[in-house]
Design a binder for this molecule. Structure first.
Ligand SMILES: Cc1ncc(C[n+]2csc(CCOP(=O)(O)OP(=O)(O)O)c2C)c(N)n1
Ligand SMILES: [Mg+2]
Length: 585
């Protein structure tokens, strides 16, 4: 879908009155025009005086189009929405954060985006850097030296430009860096003086075509040939389908490669769908930790093709334990370009025999062409069939079963899954069926990511669905208002176990290890007394709120109503009162 199509639909609110034509321009007009030249569709923000110049330029100079503002009620959501937007479209948008305080609020989503290898063009502001120009108190507390240091360890690049010309260049550079693989958030901090200075005529805009994102790097032909030979001659090859794009063409190439090699495949529940999970070659349901069949498949493999797997060394450790890794490892990933000192999100160091150092989408078509069809016995289709959920109870599994029934025949996009969800519940058959986790394990991302994914999918006919924990929803729930205000249809199903249940399990483990009463695990974890009416929180923000749904018989009708609401263009939140309990590690 083009930007224009999206904007035509979204401009329902917040169309400004026309500003008179003028030869006068201000620094932030040039900055806003650069955002437009970069084809940034939206800028999600929580406002603040530090960027009032830019705010004015987007509204009164650009007419609030390309980018259009998306007002968020928490700075955190301004970044999570951008993250979700990219996850469902492979397209970058921007966020704006007010001075040091907005940036501090949003530090966690910046970290989530970093770990998720998601580009977000983050604009910040400070100053006036010239102390003589500062208003008493407020401009002093909201100015800090080296503001970018707050997020430098988990952004690809940051800059505080010293002039309008430098700001324009910084934006172009930031956009290029963010979108070059491995991708990640970038931060450009705009001094208020630069934004608010009068500049007269509009300077020439940069020719963004000459600063385009580079073509994907191709692997060295000799490495591709060596990898193809290893795979073709393997007795038992396995593909680890990790971080891949949302392209259907690339998805089909992965499937064709697996089929040509009769190669079993694993996927990861933390990552977006990368391979059909009900394909006969998909060896085990996607999970956080390798399930027994997955461990077995990996332990039996003689050649392992890692397509940018999230944690290759960790997977090998789970399969091999302390034994040496005997399989030959082909690594297809350029992620090592991101590995730096502060964050350990690069995971343990994997042994690698052939390192293609490129993105999976670049290597797979070349491998597909170069491998010879492996003559091997067909791997039988042994998809685990879960026993049906027990009658009469609302559990994660019974919600999943009802969801599968209610969504049957419709295209959907799961923008978030709750902890404890078993990857066998709902098959993923298309790259947009599932867009993966938050990246950094920062609770509160689910609502924003769901709304961002829904924004990307608006008008596509695909139904965006976030299945969220209650803890996750409660932290980020005001993203619901952004969805209702901008008419971004989406469904949030809150798997409400009235607890930070993940951590109840931790308290239980500690108590058991120490011989102390495990029944105290709920203290400081349970979210009840009073019970929170999540549906009322949704209604208060203009969404359809359903629930609490506590009876098994009410689950399917609630989901059908929720899906119908979204299909009719609405936003719906269902408070599903699930029994505490996990169905996966
Ligand atoms: C920002 C943040 N705070 C706290 C945590 C620790 N934490 C991990 S999971 C979790 C519970 C989340 O609750 P909910 O979304 O309801 O899922 P449940 O555990 O009940 O399955 C918490 C508090 C975290 N990961 N991130
Ligand atoms: Mg919970």
């Amino acid at each position: 879908m083009t930007t224009k199509d999206n904007l035509t639909q979204l401009i329902v609110h917040d169309a400004p009155v026309r500003s008179p034509e003028s030869a006068e321009h201000w620094g932030s007009d040039a900055i806003a025009a650069t955002l437009q030249a970069l084809d940034i569709p939206y800028i999600a923000l929580n406002p603040g005086a530090s960027y009032r110049g830019l705010h004015d330029s987007i509204v009164n100079y650009l007419g609030n189009r390309a980018p259009q503002m998306l007002l968020c009620l928490h700075d955190e959501n301004a970044v999570h929405i951008a993250q979700g937007y990219f996850k469902a479209s492979d397209r970058m948008m921007a966020s704006a954060l007010h001075s040091n305080v907005g940036l501090m609020h949003a530090a966690m989503p910046v970290f989530n985006a970093w770990c998720d290898r998601t580009p977000v063009l983050i604009l910040g502001a400070t100053g006036p850097w010239d102390a003589a120009k500062r208003r008493p108190w407020i401009d002093w507390i909201h100015t800090c030296s080296d503001q970018g240091a707050l997020v430098r360890n988990y952004t690809k690049w940051d800059n505080q430009p010293g002039s309008v010309a430098a700001a324009m260049e910084a934006l172009v550079r930031a956009a290029q860096i963010a979108q070059t693989a491995p991708r990640g958030p970038v931060y450009v901090n705009l001094d208020t003086t630069i934004q608010e200075e009068k500049i007269g005529p509009m300077p020439a805009l940069p020719d963004v075509t000459r600063h385009a994102v580079p073509q994907a790097v191709q692997p060295a032909p000799e490495l591709t040939a060596a990898a193809a030979q290893l795979l073709s001659q393997a007795k038992n090859p396995v593909m680890l389908a990790g971080r891949c794009s949302r392209s259907v063409e690339s998805w089909n190439a992965r499937v064709a490669l697996a089929e040509k090699l009769e190669m079993r495949v694993l996927t990861h529940i933390k990552l977006a769908a990368a391979f059909p999970t009900d394909h006969r070659l998909h060896a085990a349901p996607p999970a956080n930790r390798l399930v027994p069949e997955a461990k077995k498949a990996l332990a039996e493999a003689d050649v392992i093709l890692s397509l940018d797997w999230l944690d290759l060394a960790g997977a090998l450790k789970q399969a091999y334990g302390t034994k040496p890794v005997t399989a030959k490892i082909i690594q297809v990933s350029c992620d090592a370009h991101m590995h730096r000192g502060w964050s350990m999100d690069y995971q343990a160091l994997p042994p690698v025999d052939l390192n293609l150092m490129c993105e999976p989408d670049a290597a797979v078509p070349l491998l597909l062409e170069a491998v010879t069809t492996r003559r091997a016995a067909k791997v039988p289709h042994t998809v685990e069939v879960l026993p049906a959920a027990p009658d009469g109870k609302v559990t994660l599994q019974s919600v999943a079963e009802a969801f599968n029934a209610a969504i049957k025949g419709s295209d959907f996009c799961i923008a978030r899954l709750p902890l404890g969800w078993n990857g066998a519940y709902t098959p993923f058959r298309h790259p947009l069926d599932y867009v993966g986790f938050d990246g950094g394990g920062g609770v509160g991302a689910g609502p924003g990511i769901t709304v961002g994914a829904a924004l990307a999918l608006k008008g596509s006919g695909r139904i965006p669905v976030g299945l969220l924990g209650d803890g996750d929803f409660l932290m980020g729930n005001t993203a619901v208002w952004t969805a209702t205000h901008y008419q971004i249809p989406c469904l949030m199903i809150i798997c409400n176990n009235r607890s930070y249940f993940n951590d109840e399990r931790h308290q239980e483990r500690v108590a058991v290890a120490r011989g102390r009463p495990a029944e105290n695990r709920w203290i400081g974890q349970r979210i009840d007394d009073p019970d929170i009416d999540l549906a009322a929180m949704a209604r208060a923000q203009g969404a359809v709120g359903i629930g609490p749904v506590a009876l098994a018989a009410e689950v399917l009708p609630a989901l059908e109503k929720g899906i119908a609401t979204v299909r009719a263009g609405g936003v719906c939140v269902i408070d599903m009162r699930v029994e505490p309990g996990y169905d996966a590690e």
